[in-house]
Every structure is written in structure tokens, then in C-alpha cells.
Write a protein that binds this ligand. Structure first.
Ligand code: HAM
Length: 424
């Protein structure tokens, strides 16, 4: 146990973490360009927030939350997603009193207790955005375009699935039709869906049990029941997506696993990554803020799972950075030059170079071998005799060429090799 991490979690090690940083930096840049500001909310919240926000008849709340009591006997839960917390923070910090809409983004770990498999983990990481305060379909188009732009920048080709799940005005019609349909097939439903049939028949549409999935394929859908306003909204979202040149398929069977959605719902799929093919998803949630105690406030957003995103990038051969390497490795002819080596290392670092040296007392030959392994494009070799003349040996690790350089020009010369190394 002491040397084993909990099931469904991972250590992101050097070599791998650079890929995460690359994707996260790309997302931050994207958010700045689209006008989204970062929000950081707690990793845990009052359990009630998710019960109300996400919905207590969802799998996430019923089966997948890490819920615990703290020392004051409060029920808290590790966040299974970011939207409910963003809505809570929006209200709690009175962001609703300022100029609207409020455009927020977040990144970080989420927690769901589910059976781990490829693309499904108990601690996973999302990047996501939420827009509060605008009901307009142009915002839906912006949010979807942004998610697709992000994936495009990472070299990914994903299928965009689009649906409208309607609003409380159309919902009763759908509920009625669904209840009648599933009642007629109730012998084939799993126990959970049967139990939830009265409280929320929509949940049977995204049940993971194979026989419920089969049944869902022929069930009535929200698109059959949209009210006039939802139908017009959906038409406009599609019109704007077409204007932006974004390909999509209308997927009438797309149901999201969270209760807060109204109108637009979407998912981005990468069929090549296995059963968990939804890389990201989101939609509109015009009643969420009210559900958790605020004034009526429209909202829309999405989240992308970074583990699945990286899986899809690997699967599709997108370019990803390798392990970070130093710009220069410093080798010494013998360890009587330790002080000079430490001083030079500091000088180079203060000039903005990533510099490292040996700390195991290796021979010069072993230092050179180790320097090669670090991938540094340049190696500096400190020798007593050269130092006395104010000179330092610089080796170009790409060509193997070696020359003496005046100490004062060393950083500049290393900079040249770094630039050459990054283009080779
Ligand atoms: P979600 O569809 O539940 O939506 O999750 C979004 C993404 O998180 C998924 O597409 C997937 O990539 C990733 N994900 C979810 N569960 C797991 C898991 N167990 N292991 C690995 N990755 C996972 C939401 O969370 C909504 N809050 C999105 C949203 C934001 N809607 C509106 N605003």
C-alpha cells in the first residue's frame, strides 16, 4: 500500500508532464484570446451543491461522489465537475451584480468513483469554461467554436455531436413520452433505471448498462418535443456554427450525464480512443444558478478531459513536446574546480539559461556520457589551464565540434547552440 497509488489515479512524471504543460498553456492562451478569466474554486464543496446542481438522480451524485464528513460533521464532497462550483462562486462573490456576461475558465483535478478503464479514472483533470448571464445562441456558438478551436490547435480532428435537450417547458412532454416508452419495456430496464423512472426517466437515456443502451436507441428524443423558443434557439446555434464553418452532426440521442442542461448540449468525440470516446462536452444550463438559490441566470460552458485529450492526440499522431532538457551541461576536468563550477552555473542561470552539472563526482568521460543523456545541446568543459587564460571549452553536442570561448562571451555562444538545437 505504501508504495502503490490509489486505483484510478496517476502520477504524471517528468517526460509526461511537459505534454500536460503544453496543453494547459495552449488552453490558457486560447482563454485569453476569447476573453475568459481564470477562476480557482475549492477541490471540495458542500455535498448539497452537487446534489442540487448536478442532480441527485444522476450516476455522478448517486454512485460516483467521494463524499465524507469532516470533523465538524459537515457533509463534503470532492468535486466531480466544475460547473456547479463556478455557479456557486459566481453567486457568492456577487459576480452577477457586475457587467454581464461573466466568462470564466478553470483547470484542475476532478473526482469520480467509477470503474477505472482506459480513459476513465477516479482522479482526472479537466479544463473548462463557463459563461454566465447571456441566453443568446451566439454565445453557444462561441463556446462550441472555442472548444473546437482548442482541439484544432492541438492538431486533433474530433467529431462534434450537437443536440438540444429542451427546457422546462418542453421537458414534461418528453418525460411523458419517455415514461410511456420505458414502462412498455420495463422488464428490460436495469434496476437503477426502473427505480428512477418516476423521478427522472431521462436518466435511462445515458445509462451505461448494455440493455438500457439498446432500449435508448429507439426511445423518443428531446428533438421530437422542443417548444417553439428552444427550436428557434437550436436553429440559430446551427446557423452560427455553419457561418463559422464548423462541421457537426445533429445527434438526437446525445444525452449528458448531468441534470442541469437546457437547450444546447454537445460532445466532441474521438472514436479511436476506445469506449470512453467523449473527449469533452458541455451545453447550456439556464436554470442552474436558480436551482442553487440565485436569480434566474442563463449559462453555458464545456469541459474537456485532459487524459482523454492526450490519448486522442497520441492516437492521432499530434505533435507533443518531449522531456524538457537543459540548455547547457557543465562538466569539470577535475573536482578541484567545484567552486568555479558552481559560480559559473549560477551566472549562466541568472542569464536565463537552463544549466546543470554533475553532482556525483563522475569522471570527465562519465560526465560527458551523462550530458549526452540529458539532451543538452551544449556542454561547457571547465579546465584549470583554460580558466587561467579566461577561456572555457564549449562543445556543440549536435556536431561534436569543440572550441575555446572567452568566459565573457560564453552565455551568448550557448544561446546560439540552443537556438540551433531547437531548430534541428
Ligand atoms: P462531463 O461530460 O461529465 O461534463 O465531463 C467532461 C469531460 O471530462 C469528459 O468528456 C471526459 O473527457 C472527462 N471525464 C469525465 N469523467 C471522466 C473520468 N472518470 N475519467 C477521465 N475523464 C473523465 C462535465 O463535467 C460538465 N461540467 C461540463 C460542462 C461545463 N458543462 C457545462 N459547463
Amino acid at each position: 500500500m505504501l508504495t502503490t497509488r490509489p486505483r484510478g489515479t496517476s502520477d504524471i512524471l517528468p517526460g509526461e508532464v511537459e505534454k500536460w504543460q503544453y496543453v494547459e498553456e495552449c488552453f490558457r492562451r486560447l482563454c485569453r484570446e476569447y476573453g475568459y478569466a481564470e477562476i480557482r474554486t475549492p477541490i471540495f464543496e458542500h455535498t448539497e451543491l452537487f446534489n442540487r446542481g448536478v442532480g441527485d438522480a444522476t450516476d455522478i451524485v448517486e454512485k460516483e461522489m467521494y463524499t465524507f464528513r469532516d470533523r465538524s460533521d459537515r457533509s463534503l464532497s470532492l468535486r466531480p465537475e466544475g460547473t456547479a462550483a463556478a455557479a456557486r462562486a459566481y453567486l457568492e462573490s456577487n459576480l452577477n451584480a457586475g457587467p454581464q456576461p461573466v466568462k470564466l475558465f478553470y483547470t484542475g483535478p476532478m473526482f469520480r468513483y467509477d470503474r477505472p478503464q482506459a480513459g476513465r479514472y477516479r482522479q482526472f483533470h479537466q479544463v473548462g469554461v463557463e459563461v454566465f448571464g447571456s441566453p443568446r445562441p451566439a454565445v453557444d456558438a462561441e463556446v462550441i467554436a472555442m472548444a473546437m478551436d482548442f482541439c484544432g490547435r492541438l492538431g486533433l480532428k474530433l467529431e462534434l455531436h450537437l443536440n438540444s435537450v429542451g427546457c422546462p417547458d418542453c421537458r414534461p412532454v418528453l418525460r411523458e413520452k419517455l415514461t410511456a416508452y420505458f414502462r412498455a419495456h420495463q422488464n428490460d430496464l436495469c434496476a437503477d433505471c426502473l427505480r428512477r423512472l418516476a423521478s427522472n426517466p431521462l436518466r435511462a437515456l445515458d445509462c451505461k448498462v448494455p440493455r438500457c443502451r439498446e432500449l435508448a436507441k429507439n426511445a423518443p428524443t428531446s428533438l421530437d418535443c422542443l417548444c417553439g423558443s428552444c427550436a428557434a434557439h437550436f436553429q440559430d446555434v446551427q446557423k452560427y456554427l455553419k457561418a463559422l464553418g464548423i462541421d457537426y452532426v445533429v445527434d438526437r440521442y446525445l444525452v449528458r450525464g448531468l441534470d442541469y442542461y437546457t437547450k444546447t448540449a454537445f460532445e466532441m468525440m474521438a472514436p479511436g480512443i476506445g469506449a470512453q470516446s467523449s473527449v469533452g462536452g458541455g451545453g447550456r444550463y439556464d436554470n442552474l444558478v436558480e436551482t442553487i438559490g440565485g436569480p434566474p441566470t442563463p449559462g453555458i460552458g464545456y469541459a474537456i478531459g485532459l487524459e482523454r485529450l492526450l490519448l486522442a492526440m497520441q492516437e492521432q499522431g499530434s505533435e507533443l513536446p518531449g522531456r524538457d532538457r537543459p540548455d547547457v551541461f557543465l562538466a569539470s576536468v577535475d573536482d578541484t574546480l567545484e567552486s568555479e563550477a558552481l559560480q559559473l552555473l549560477q551566472t549562466l542561470r541568472q542569464k536565463g539559461l537552463a544549466a546543470d552539472k554533475d553532482y556525483l563526482g563522475r569522471s570527465l568521460k562519465a560526465q560527458m556520457k551523462y550530458a549526452g543523456k540529458t539532451g543538452a545541446p551544449a556542454v561547457v568543459i571547465l579546465g584549470k589551464e583554460e580558466l587561467a587564460r579566461g577561456m572555457i571549452i564549449l562543445k556543440d553536442m549536435t556536431t561534436g565540434a569543440q572550441k575555446e570561448v572567452p568566459a565573457a562571451e560564453l552565455a551568448e555562444e550557448i544561446g546560439k547552440l540552443r537556438r540551433k538545437g531547437s531548430t534541428s
